[in-house]
Design a protein around this ligand. Structure first.
Ligand SMILES: [Mn+2]
Length: 424
């Protein structure tokens, strides 16, 4: 399944006059509009290989149709998405769900779609049929050395796969923790985990980064051994300069001030990457921007301010990835919506009058500071995002074209109605 160039061109020419009208209206008020458009075009969000099929809950899973059956088909799906929005130019693999059998041909296939390989992800939160030790009571924190050894070797194997694909980072998310008081000696669990991470860290190529992802609860419900940004930062600091904290928006306790966490991690030079999603109650893995778009904007405002303060490249110096699950929506439609929400929040953050905001802060002018932020947030930046997409060769309305080109219907015809993506 391909969306041909002529289909995108036809779609765009039908919408062009209306788009120009909207774009000119907003562009007139943006002083550095060319620079904003360039930054928006450069900003790419990695798509995780596990997000291309229908997700589920512990109660059930309701399949869609035409889900990718192989790694090749997952790459094809990300390629489709990238063709439509020119913003999803990377794929993040989950090992062992997506072990490339022939790395060279997988790499070539991805390149055909204009994709590169983002961070690789290890999995010690479930047992695989062929493994000898069980992760029931944790992996790197486990009291049994044999289990820890198995988990360490798995992570090193994931790095090896990543090297073959041209990836340059590994995300380690541990489900380790405890479900009941008394189950675990916190201090010893921390130390064992640190020792394991050190062995994995030692296997990193010199140009690689290790992202230590934290999560407040689930699957363990009493304690998590990497439970919050403080614990993640402790590990990252003790590991060394190639280790960073990864922020997943859904991995906080309710009402956590994520924008402040981001600002401080950036200030310490220890923010490595991002997993975007949205949530109302916990780790809901909902579409980015579907519940709290203002928070997303505030986070991007801190990201832009903090990255500029350190002269960082917005597009390349941090890892950007979606980490969501789609229980009731077509995964590709959901991902198009998520990427759009990310770009909108980024564009709004780029419009913040930083100088005026700093001045308001210095003068303790609280009302003015809020006005400045909300001026940017309340601007309809969608024509800017669309213009960046148009110039890059994407569709003015990716979701609209996805539907009118009947992409899902085609995928069902090619792959069948009852397919299940690997790993789900
Ligand atoms: Mn995550």
């Amino acid at each position: 399944m391909q969306v041909e160039k002529y289909a995108i061109d036809n779609h765009n020419s039908d919408l062009l006059a209306q788009h120009k009208r909207k774009y000119d209206f907003i562009a007139a008020d943006v002083a550095n509009v060319k620079e904003v458009i360039k930054k928006l075009a450069d900003f790419q969000v990695a798509i995780p290989s596990w997000a291309l099929g229908t997700g589920g809950t512990r109660f059930g899973r309701f399949s869609g149709g035409g889900e990718p059956r192989t790694l090749e088909e997952k790459i094809e799906d990300v390629g489709l998405l990238h063709r439509l929005n020119q913003s999803g130019g990377a794929i993040s693999l989950h090992i062992p769900w997506d072990i490339p059998k022939n790395a060279a041909s997988i790499k070539a296939l991805a390149a055909q779609h204009g994709l590169r390989f983002d961070a690789v992800n290890s999995n010690t939160f479930q047992d695989q049929p062929d493994q000898s030790e069980s992760y029931k009571y944790g992996s790197l924190q486990h009291v049994d050395k044999a289990v820890r050894k198995q988990a360490i070797e798995h992570n090193i194997e994931v790095i090896r796969h990543g090297v073959e694909l041209g990836s340059d980072s590994i995300t380690v998310w541990l489900s380790d923790g405890s479900c009941f008081p008394g189950q675990l000696n916190f201090r010893k669990a921390f130390q064992r985990t640190l020792d394991g991470l050190k062995e994995i860290y030692a296997a990193l190529p010199s140009n690689w980064k290790m992202f230590v992802e934290y999560k407040a609860f689930e699957p363990n419900f009493y304690s998590m051994t990497v439970g919050d940004w403080g614990q993640s930062l402790l590990y990252a600091n003790k590991l060394g300069p190639q280790a960073y904290t990864l922020v997943d928006l859904g991995h906080h306790l309710p009402n956590a001030n994520i924008e402040q966490i981001v600002a401080l991690l950036l200030g310490e030079g220890k923010l490595g990457g991002f997993h975007f999603n949205d949530s109302k109650y916990g780790d809901d893995d909902l579409t980015v921007g579907s519940i709290n778009p203002y928070q997303l904007f505030l986070i991007f405002n801190e990201l832009v301010e903090g990255m500029d303060a350190r002269s960082m490249n917005h597009a390349t110096d941090l890892g950007w990835m979606i980490d969501a699950s789609h229980n009731v929506k077509d995964p590709l439609e959901d991902l198009l919506q998520s990427v759009e929400a990310i770009k909108i929040a980024y564009a709004q953050a780029l419009l913040v009058d930083t100088k005026a905001l700093q001045q308001a802060q210095e003068n303790n002018d609280v009302a003015k500071a809020q006005e400045i932020l909300q001026q940017a947030y309340r601007t309809d930046v969608r024509p800017l995002v669309a213009e960046a997409r148009l110039l890059a060769g994407g569709a003015l309305q990716p979701l609209g074209l996805y539907r009118s080109a009947k992409v899902r219907e085609q995928l069902i015809k090619e792959r069948g109605q009852k397919t299940v993506a690997t790993g789900l």
